[in-house]
Design a protein around this ligand. Structure first.
Ligand code: MN
Length: 194
């Protein structure tokens, strides 16, 4: 668990993303999902483990339907400071595009978290603003360099069939300050146009 891969991909003179060198206070067991409008829109799931954010890019986003398994591609560990990051990664930089906080909260692993992660089989509870209840992340053993996992909801009182409820469209709003700013500037621009 180190941030070399994270830092190697980025030029901190040109991206507003945190280098992770500043010590910051983030509560342990933090959980976050960022909606990232890069070349392909995706959702980045991050779980704090051993003072870094273990990270997965979920192209189709999370789903509350326990019969729907979503591909989650493990990416490089991110610094804890990333848990509050929102903003625009400029063109030409790694992951260029808009990042908004889509959900924040804490997570709790059923069993020892590091052992579960290393075993590629994680069962955990989410205590987010949007996502709650029990989830699973399972590594696909045959996947290229073991980077592909499946993310899915377990059946409980927070599970909902996708045919009746899609959390991505029902709760599309961001949960951070940047999203609020964006909405404000959008409505200001539309008022000017009228
Ligand atoms: Mn991303």
């Amino acid at each position: 668990m180190n941030l070399n891969a994270y830092r190697h991909k980025r030029n901190f003179d040109h991206t507003p993303e945190p280098s992770g060198k500043k010590k910051i206070k983030i509560k342990s067991s933090c959980y976050v999902i960022q909606e990232h409008a890069a070349s392909h829109l995706h959702y980045d799931l991050r779980l704090e483990l051993k003072r870094v954010l273990k990270s997965w890019a979920v192209p189709k986003g999370p789903c509350l339907d326990s019969s729907v398994k979503r591909l989650a591609i493990e990416v490089e560990d991110h610094p804890l400071a990333y848990a509050t990051f929102e903003g625009i990664i400029p063109k030409g930089q790694y992951g260029a595009g808009n990042v908004i906080l889509w959900d924040t909260g804490t997570w709790q692993c059923v069993g020892p978290p590091l052992k579960s992660y290393l075993a590629g089989h994680m069962t955990f509870d989410l205590f987010g603003k949007k996502l709650k209840g029990r989830w699973k992340l399972i590594r696909i053993k045959s996947s290229t360099r073991n980077k592909q996992w499946l993310l899915f909801k377990m059946q409980d009182s927070f599970a909902k069939p996708l045919s009746k409820y899609d959390v991505l469209t029902k709760k599309s709003h961001g949960v951070g300050a940047y999203h609020t700013l964006l909405q404000a500037s959008k409505s200001a621009t539309s008022k000017v146009k009228k």
